[in-house]
Design a protein around this ligand. Structure first.
Ligand SMILES: O=c1ccn([C@@H]2O[C@H](COP(=O)(O)O)[C@@H](O)[C@H]2O)c(=O)[nH]1
Length: 272
């Protein structure tokens, strides 16, 4: 690797488009794909998803929970899926949402962001509930290896407003502070901002958001429309990496390639 994370991901987006395929082997999807709800089914699902993504888009995001459901066998499959994605030239984001005291988060970083680790990915998701500083070690590791960390800022779930719209005495919100801290990470941190979020009510300034990579879930199954992204993100749209799982995966093994193409076309039509 030769370039810092923010530069790398911008280059991937420039070359392959911004769409990220979420690889989420839900039990219901496995059934719809005619696969068994076990590690073998998840393996087939994951590898077919990688195969469909390769050459069509540049980024995939395996959701670790759906591999973890199957214990050690699920993790072995995840290693295989990550390796296959890397071999296919795809940029991989491990959606693990890790957070803890700094010394423990460092170990998460070792697992997900160290070159040669069995679970190596290009970026991981992390949670700053224990303070942005608790992520210092993982951010340093990411920087050393030109990898990245997407920190949850304004999440896509409806319950998020309970916490994410609270205001500190100075008027700041947690999402606003996390976005600011990410901008000060030297190009190593991106943020997660749901496409269902209202940037004004979570206190996020689109002009500041525009300066970091923004992973945006919430399209399709969670209700946000791709066509609504320009209004939601405003001047930050150029930094947005929309990640779509169920709305594409529901097309099944025979329809996934055309569903990726159709979704990627819609994203490419955004005025970025
Ligand atoms: O705020 C967040 C953070 C992460 N996610 C993850 O993204 C995908 C979304 O899946 P869809 O099927 O496209 O709804 C899933 O893996 C979530 O865990 C999120 O949705 N919201």
């Amino acid at each position: 690797m030769t370039e810092p994370f923010a530069t790398r991901i911008r280059a991937v987006v420039a070359r392959h488009g911004a769409l990220c395929l979420g690889i989420d082997p839900h039990a219901a999807l496995l059934r719809d794909w005619g696969l068994t709800d076990d590690a073998a089914g998840v393996r087939e699902f994951g590898l077919r998803s990688v195969e469909a993504a390769a050459g069509r888009i540049g980024i995939v995001k395996p959701q670790i929970a759906f591999f973890e459901r199957h214990g050690a066998a699920g993790y072995a499959v995840l290693e295989e899926v990550l390796a296959a994605a890397r071999a296919a030239g795809l940029f991989t984001i491990a959606d693990v949402k890790r957070g803890d005291v700094g010394s423990t988060v460092d170990a998460y970083g070792e697992a997900w962001l160290t070159p040669g680790s069995p679970l190596e990915a290009d970026a991981m998701t992390a949670v700053a509930y224990q303070g942005f500083g608790s992520l210092d070690g993982v951010l340093a590791r990411a920087g050393t290896h030109d990898k990245g960390v997407f920190v949850l800022a304004a999440t896509s779930n409806p319950e998020s407003a309970e916490v994410q719209t609270l205001r500190a005495p100075d008027g700041d919100t947690i999402p606003r502070r996390i976005v600011r801290d990410a901008t000060e990470s030297g190009g190593v941190a991106g943020v997660v901002v749901g496409a269902t979020a209202d940037l004004a009510s979570v206190g996020v300034d689109p002009a500041v958001l525009a300066t970091v990579p923004v992973l945006a879930p919430g399209f399709g199954a969670q209700g946000a429309a791709l066509a609504g992204a320009p209004a939601t993100f405003g001047v930050a749209l150029g930094a947005v990496i929309p990640t779509v799982s169920r709305a594409i995966l529901a097309a099944g093994p025979d329809g996934i390639a055309s569903a990726i193409d159709a979704t990627a076309r819609e994203v490419a039509s955004w005025p970025r």
